[in-house]
Write a protein that binds this ligand. Structure first.
Ligand SMILES: NC(=O)c1ccc[n+]([C@@H]2O[C@H](COP(=O)([O-])OP(=O)(O)OC[C@H]3O[C@@H](n4cnc5c(N)ncnc54)[C@H](O)[C@@H]3O)[C@@H](O)[C@H]2O)c1
Length: 311
């Protein structure tokens, strides 16, 4: 690996932490994966084996051997880079970073995989604010190429450069988010899209299947190649302006999650993990779809990389 950050600690061995650990280990880093919750490391071992089987074909055993597992935060002591991926709770994350600040060498860089909590609020738990960034991976973390790197008000240029280099060394495409804005870039756009999709479902405009079908086979397939701004250029800014002039006023702009969403959460209809969401999910279907989508996304990402590289 062509980066000085070769010793990585990942704190939190759930979906994201496992994927991040698998990714770095597959590319040659030494990783310690830390999680004190009963059974979490065993579950992580199984899911890492599945993930390495998808894209480290042939080298799974060696990659797995580079991952040490520990329930104890002290295991992060020798690391150059710590990536935190515990549940999305500000006080939990702040408490863990405060402890890590005392455990790790002063030069170690801290990164949080928060989906949208304030990077400034998290960084204020440590004395090394200049060596603290957000690294927002996307699920599955070992497969999706992009990582948003988010600075807090004190993050140094050297920290940004070191983290971007480390991410490039494991094959990621990091993008710097210059301001600590809620939801960063991707979640703001993702939630704007989901808010409209849920609203269309509530209004009975189409079924969940048909709304997904429309997005996947029109915008989705195009978005894989052109971002929304480049696409506006290709459509014509005047055309976009004309449509925006009458359409914006009719788009969903609610300030709170919808009734439909609140009801589903209250009834425990939490999606694939609970058996019911917008769709019904048996455990077998969930496993199969997760595996198939991971494999397909890895193929698609590799194809897009080849295209981008002119290959
Ligand atoms: N799931 C996603 O799509 C996604 C995408 C991007 C970012 N994120 C963010 O990544 C973080 C983790 O999300 P996830 O989906 O992996 O959650 P998860 O619930 O799958 O995993 C969280 C893990 O943290 C562990 N944990 C709990 N308390 C801990 C502690 N004190 N010390 C160490 N580990 C502890 C749990 O045992 C669990 O294994 C969250 O901040 C989330 O918002 C999630």
């Amino acid at each position: 690996m062509n980066t000085p950050l070769k010793h990585l600690a990942v704190v939190g061995a759930g979906g994201m932490g496992s994927g991040i650990a698998a990714l770095f280990a597959a590319r040659g880093a030494q990783v310690v994966l830390i999680d004190p919750v009963d059974g979490a490391l065993d579950r992580a071992r199984a899911s890492i084996a599945r993930q390495l089987g998808v894209y480290a074909a042939g080298g799974e055993g060696e990659a797995m051997a580079r991952i040490r597992m520990s329930p104890d935060l002290d295991a992060a002591a020798e690391c150059d880079l710590v990536i935190e991926a515990v549940p999305e709770n500000l006080e939990l994350k702040r408490g863990i970073f405060a402890k890590l600040d005392a455990i790790c060498a002063p030069g170690a860089i801290f990164a949080t995989n928060t989906s949208g909590l304030s990077i400034n609020a998290l960084a204020s738990a440590v004395t090394r604010r200049e060596r603290f960034v957000g690294t927002h991976f996307f699920t599955p973390a070992d497969v999706i190429p992009l990582v948003e790197v988010v600075r807090n008000d004190d993050t140094s240029e050297a920290t940004v450069a070191a983290v971007m280099d480390a991410l490039r060394a494991v094959g990621k495409r990091p993008v710097l988010v210059r301001r600590d804005i809620p939801g960063f870039i991707a979640n703001r756009i993702q939630h704007a899209l989901a808010r409209e999709a849920i609203s269309l479902l509530e209004k009975g405009v189409a079924s969940a299947e048909d709304i997904d079908e429309v997005v996947k086979w029109s915008l989705g397939i195009r978005l894989a190649l052109s971002g929304p701004l480049e696409q506006r250029d290709m459509n014509g800014i005047d055309v976009h302006h004309a449509i925006a002039s009458y359409l914006y006023q009719d788009l969903e702009n609610r300030q709170e999650p919808s009734e439909l969403l609140r009801g589903k959460v209250e009834r425990g209809e939490l999606g694939a993990k609970s058996g019911q969401g917008f769709y019904a999910w048996s455990p077998e279907r969930r496993e199969r779809v997760l595996r198939e989508k991971s494999e397909a996304l890895a193929e698609l990402a590799a194809w897009l990389e080849r295209k981008a590289g002119g290959g």
